[in-house]
Design a protein around this ligand. Structure first.
Ligand code: HEC
Length: 150
């Protein structure tokens, strides 16, 4: 009987600790915790747009290495700030300011002369990474592969 009581107590502590570790940061990452696999919960408008953005940057990575023309903008990019997100509690002000940094880097890529396209591409990839380190680190491994190293 005594042993049983102790184990119930231990289980209670365990669940309290488990509860504590599941609030906060984990919730913030929930929107894209599967990283480089397609997120089964991530079919929000923003997740779909992100897949387009990743496609553009991956294609450009290959084109730049092959000396070919790049894609100037991912489809639907005009909706970056308004697209519906999986995580409704995300810090919108922070998201929008990082989205503006990304959009600025995209314009720089579009305007860059050929000699600076690779630098502009890598700056764009850095802006993907900066937003992801704030909101969802999952895809960072994938994003790291998008840098063009010469
Ligand atoms: C302003 C912030 C921000 C920027 C910039 C950003 N992301 Fe994201 N990304 C997010 C958020 C938030 C999600 C989660 C979307 C959701 O589930 O609603 C996400 C999701 C993703 C996903 C997972 C999509 C899925 O299938 O669920 C990938 C891959 C991704 N981003 C890659 C990129 C790449 C590549 C770039 C740069 C070209 C980029 N992201 C730029 C915030 C950002």
């Amino acid at each position: 009987m005594r042993i049983r009581k102790i184990s119930v107590f231990a289980a209670a502590i365990y669940f309290v600790m488990l509860g504590a570790s599941c609030t906060g940061p984990v919730k913030e990452k929930a929107s894209c915790k599967n990283g480089d696999t397609i997120n089964p919960n991530g079919t929000s408008e923003l997740a779909l747009l992100m897949r387009e953005m990743a496609k553009q940057v991956t294609a450009n990575h290959d084109s730049l290495l092959a000396g070919k023309a790049i894609i100037l903008a991912p489809e639907g990019i005009g909706k970056l700030k308004t697209a519906e997100k999986t995580d409704k509690n995300l810090d919108t002000a922070l998201f929008n300011s990082l989205a503006d940094v990304y959009l600025g880097k995209l314009t720089e890529l579009q305007n860059a002369p050929d000699s600076l396209k690779i630098t502009a591409h890598n700056n764009l990839v850095t802006s993907c990474k900066d937003c992801h380190s704030n909101f969802c680190p999952g895809p960072i491994k994938l994003i790291n592969k998008m840098f063009v190293t010469q």
